[in-house]
Design a protein around this ligand. Sequence first.
Ligand SMILES: NC(=O)c1ccc[n+]([C@@H]2O[C@H](COP(=O)([O-])OP(=O)(O)OC[C@H]3O[C@@H](n4cnc5c(N)ncnc54)[C@H](O)[C@@H]3O)[C@@H](O)[C@H]2O)c1
Length: 438
Amino acid sequence: MKVSVIGCGYLGAVHAASMAELGHEVIGVDTDSHRISELAAHRAPFYEPQLPEILASAGAKGRLRFSTDIADAGGARVHFLAVGTPQKAGGYAADLTFVDAAVESLIPHLAPGDLVVGKSTVPVGTAARLAARVAEGCPGAMLAWNPEFLREGFAVKDTITPDRIVYGLPSDPDHAATAKALLDEIYATAIARDTPVVVTDYQTAELVKVAANAFLATKISFINAMAEIAEVVDADITQLADAIGYDSRIGRKFLNAGVGFGGGCLPKDIRAFTARAEELGRGESVSFLKEVDAINLRRRQRVVDLVIEMLGGKIYQRKVAVLGLSFKPESDDTRDSPALDVAVQLKGRGADVVAVDPKAVPNSMRKHPQLAYTEDLETALSGAHAVVLVTEWAQYRQLDPEWAARLVRRPLIIDGRNCLDPAAWRAAGWTYRGMGRS
Ligand SMILES: NC(=O)c1ccc[n+]([C@@H]2O[C@H](COP(=O)([O-])OP(=O)(O)OC[C@H]3O[C@@H](n4cnc5c(N)ncnc54)[C@H](O)[C@@H]3O)[C@@H](O)[C@H]2O)c1
């Protein structure tokens, strides 16, 4: 199948390369010429495991091209929309400027029978509006909504072997049948593996995505709220999470207390959901998401407060080693990253912050040039008065406490992800503080 992918960021670049890997002929289009020149040379413009390998393999087979010219999408039968839907400046709602611009630029290059497939996360009602615009701009062209659930760090695996596929189809039965047949052909490999496919309408498909993210965010903030209580009464949140997680109705996943969630999806998606629900006159139905957001942001402050407390209130010109900058391990994405936020706040309080991350230093440096950065753990730790672990990269989780103790000035560690063994660190002479742990 000839397909185009409009928008080649964290979602679109992986989608384009994965579709080519699955045997489709793909043209990826983006307005960012640097991103496109990297992708055209089959180099990954950001860090995502397995992306370099599939770019190289699909590129070598001649099935994957990239362009900044939307006219090159002409001739494809299916056009995926994968542009960003960030939070609006000065508000909670999603900014749909990029989605609207992408559709407008694509319309002159559509042919009757073409299918536009939305993958971006959008407020409910967007697909119906865009479908009308596509039908008006190119009679006979159709639109479907096919939300994406990939996790950065596992994006290639999640795209090639998704845990479910959702089709939001047009209400016209003929168009729905054509769109479904095209999507079935696109996802034939996953479907042959018995991947569940939920076939539904636009509005359900749009809501599925935001509901999934709202649920995940709520689960994380739930355990972090319990951590706030545990801190006061000297209980242990990790044991609490283990104990409730044994109940299969609850489950242990996404119950790790820590510095909270971040990234380019969860924070802006729950805010956009709140804003859309208010527009629909149902603000109270998801008003709890404002609390979910507030709990999440308080955890960042809690880490900063713990550092200050452990340094006896004297943070000015104290060297603080911040381990991690990306919003999660195995990604260089620093959008709304709790780790970067903590580093910036500590700097703002007067600390001499040295932040270390194996992949996210360039992105962090562009946003916050005032911080000192390194990719070398030893440099970060040397002479530090306190160490804060805020992104649980494997190399930080596996840090040898005895080796680290020899490098620092004072053996104080704040484990913002509860990913270290407190007993091992205390045995090596460290004062250890976790989140929601005595
Ligand atoms: N990143 C994820 O893990 C993930 C997962 C699921 C869903 N999503 C959703 O996917 C969408 C994209 O997210 P992302 O993380 O890839 O964002 P991103 O910012 O990394 O990528 C968006 C890309 O779109 C390009 N773009 C903007 N306007 C364009 C236009 N008119 N024509 C062509 N290209 C254009 C930008 O240059 C950029 O490269 C968002 O709605 C997001 O919520 C993301």
